[in-house]
Design a protein around this ligand. Sequence first.
Ligand SMILES: Cc1cc2nc3c(=O)[nH]c(=O)nc-3n(C[C@H](O)[C@H](O)[C@H](O)COP(=O)(O)OP(=O)(O)OC[C@H]3O[C@@H](n4cnc5c(N)ncnc54)[C@H](O)[C@@H]3O)c2cc1C
Length: 405
Amino acid sequence: MAAAVSAGREFSQSAKIAVFDAQPRCGRKLLATGNGRCNLTNRLATPSCYNSDDAHAVSQVFSGVNVSDTLAFFESLGLVWREEDEGRIYPSCGQASAVLDLLRLELARLNIAEVCGCRIEKIRHEGPYYIMNSPLGIVRAKCLVVACGGMAAPNLGGVNWGYGLMQSLGHTATRLTPSLAPIPVDSPHLSSLKGIRAYANASICDERGVIYSDTGEVQFGDKALSGIVIFQLSSAAENVRSDNLCVELDMLPERNMEDIIALLAKRRTILPHLTLENYLTGVFNKRVGMCILKHSGMTPLSRSVSELSDGDIRRIASVIKCWRFPVSGVASWNSAQVTSGGIRLSEFDGMTMQSRLHTGLFAAGEMLNADGKCGGFNLQWAWSTGILAGRSAAFLIKKDMTKSK
Ligand SMILES: Cc1cc2nc3c(=O)[nH]c(=O)nc-3n(C[C@H](O)[C@H](O)[C@H](O)COP(=O)(O)OP(=O)(O)OC[C@H]3O[C@@H](n4cnc5c(N)ncnc54)[C@H](O)[C@@H]3O)c2cc1C
């Protein structure tokens, strides 16, 4: 849609532009972004925030359309936005549907057709045209922007079709893995914490040490850890091939081990009348506190706080500082927000998003091998590449029109 709008704005209705989408309506995934609020970009998005096979092309993309250009694009559609924590930018009205509505209203103003429920099944390049097979018949175009998204969230329309279409035209793809997803972990006590959120420093580690670490809200699931901080860890760990990955939670990151031992010893002194069940109530969510104690081997929790030895206190402090959850499997496409890997970016000119193999073929968005952290970075990639691709496609058509006059 961003590509079509950018292309359409270059013409005064002399070019025929259409958006094809296999879904019953365009922008289905967009509606689900940011928990329905659409974290449309991030003030801190720069080329170094992305994993890709071609860092230079990512830099070229951002030199063409950066965060300010993107915000100007949305302002020109009528969007008012607001910046929240860590540079995250949302529509002021708090509705992802507003972003979609504004894009669709602009498509309508520019007389750009939305052809929905129409999957492009095949593409071939014959002479100056791209010939596409669809359930509605053959579609012929001089320029084509392919922005089929990735495989994340199949329930919201995530598919692998774009990779096949591009491969049929000679492009190649890297390994595809789900990213920005909950991390499946093993822990005997986790099921009792389902749905609870806690502030922690989370690290993903392998046998060599910490791979990536971040601080914020962690959400406990039945057999997985989730939340934005965990999503960032999943993104950092996606290329690490180790059977010994684990997540470590520091549940009191602002205090060191000695402080925690002193805190626990003080609680033993002032709360001797309590049972262990309530020893950590007031420090953590009660159920989290009980789990930490069980994990430290303090069962049964019906024992009195006064019975804790100094050794027990050190063991509890160690778990508070480093609560280990062995990673038990790989993230699923259903729970992922984005695809890591994709069509090789090096096969495109980062200044225009045009294919190096086919004149008139452009690509944009998640389908390409570039993915970023959680927080608006992936939509920013889609906007930057989409706007560039649409604009460049329009220039190519205009050049062609001038030549044939
Ligand atoms: C739950 C969830 C929340 C997210 N929240 C955020 C967020 O807040 N901020 C952020 O930056 N990112 C977020 N993301 C990631 C972001 O949504 C995607 O990276 C982004 O939508 C990618 O845009 P795209 O245009 O490349 O692909 P998509 O938005 O997936 O659009 C691709 C479209 O192409 C259509 N299509 C595919 N193949 C064909 C075909 N052969 N013929 C016709 N149509 C086809 C699909 O139906 C789809 O509608 C979130 C993702 C999920 C799943």
